[in-house]
Design a protein around this ligand. Structure first.
Ligand code: KG4
Ligand code: ZN
Length: 345
């Protein structure tokens, strides 16, 4: 079964053809990073406009790279939630139109489900290559930080979530304080290689149960930078970068990254204690590209780094397993978008 997956929830326009939920026939991603590096973050209206400009060429290239015509495509899958309203609209309107035009069944996929299913994208569908159930999924992206318990395919229960910022958002905000380019995750990871992770001690938030909080860690970095520079807490955060040496930036990046990883791995260990029946752990979302995190969790499944960030292949993979679980297609004339809906609904 060949599924065309379309993803436009944030700032990547992506389409991919995937066979039987795991075999990648094509994968086209047009990133808007270059545009938003200039602004230091995503501007929703600009993102939507950029999606509109490239979505059709991206879909056509995905079909061409896969050596497919519309005849070969069995279904279309599209991200309908959660994400930026304008961005989601472009992807879903495109998918709806294509489904009507080419008479294909249309499936609506939740973005976090797609991220999790990036862990099933592999050439060989051997049993050791696929995670076993029940499993824990640590979903860490720019918009979400959650621990999910999956009893079987397409069965998700949220057992931990952030009370405020997502961990990827925290990487992005700390990078801004340190004067590192957007997106902050890869910039911090790169600079951290030269830094001393034990130079600055940053606090772990005191959050009950399996939940997270990352806004305090961002503020802790801000205060530590001000203290290091001997500046008052009233000193504007956007100016601090002008006073930091390259060595200080590297040490702050390394110390922050180490603390963020400790917070994530500690909660994961707690979750594993609470759910002793768990057979495997999968990590997903943009932050799962982080190399130091991969090294800290050698037993966990991670997607290939290029499938950690947003892409269409993971949407097609998630759709395949939804179909296997009995999920029905949606009406292409009626499909709605939900910018903030939970994976459980
Ligand atoms: O999943 P994603 O591409 O988009 C959302 O659904 O949010 O995640 C983007 C997030 C950004 O916050 C980015 O800074 C972070 O993932 N990220 C990383 C790395 N690569 C991307 N964070 C830490 N280390 C990385 N190597
Ligand atoms: Zn994402």
């Amino acid at each position: 079964m060949k599924i065309l997956g379309i993803e436009t929830s944030c700032d990547e326009t992506a389409a991919s053809v995937v066979e039987d939920g795991h075999k990648i026939l094509s994968n086209v991603v047009v990133s808007q990073i270059d545009i938003f590096a200039e602004y230091g973050g995503v501007i929703p209206e600009v993102a939507a406009r950029s999606h509109l400009e490239v979505i059709m060429p991206v879909v056509e290239k995905a079909l061409k790279d896969a050596n497919c015509t519309w005849e070969d495509i069995d279904a279309i899958a599209v991200t309908h939630a959660p994400g930026l309203l304008g961005s989601l609209l472009i992807g879903t309107l495109t998918a709806r139109t294509l489904a009507i035009l080419h008479e294909k069944p249309l499936y609506a996929v939740h973005h976090l489900k797609s991220h999790v299913y990036a862990n099933w994208l592999n050439e060989e569908k051997t049993s050791s290559a696929s995670p076993a159930f029940p499993l824990l999924a640590l979903v860490i992206s720019g918009g979400h930080t959650q621990i999910l318990y999956m009893s079987a395919h397409n069965e998700f229960k949220i057992i931990g979530t952030t009370h405020d910022d997502a961990v990827g958002e925290c990487f992005d905000k700390v990078a801004k304080i340190l004067g590192l380019p957007y997106p902050g995750g890869p910039s911090i990871a790169k600079v951290a290689l030269e830094g001393n992770p034990d130079k600055y001690r940053l606090p772990h938030p005191r959050v009950e149960n399996l939940d997270f909080s990352f806004s305090g860690l961002k503020t802790a970095v801000l205060r530590a930078v001000q203290k290091e520079l001997g500046l008052p807490i009233s000193h504007p955060s956007h100016d601090l970068k002008n006073h930091l040496s390259r060595e200080q930036v590297a040490d702050f990046a390394a110390s922050f990254q180490k603390t963020a990883i400790e917070i994530l791995t500690e909660k994961l260990s707690m979750a594993l204690e609470e759910y002793p029946d768990v057979q495997s752990v999968v990590v997903a979302g943009g932050v799962s590209a982080n190399k130091a995190l991969r090294e800290a969790l050698p037993e966990a499944y991670f997607p290939e780094p290029k499938f950690s960030g947003d892409n269409g292949a993971m949407v097609a993979a998630a759709c395949f397993y939804e179909i296997q679980s009995g999920v029905k297609p949606v009406d292409p004339y009626k499909l709605n978008i939900y910018p903030r809906i939970s994976i459980e609904s």
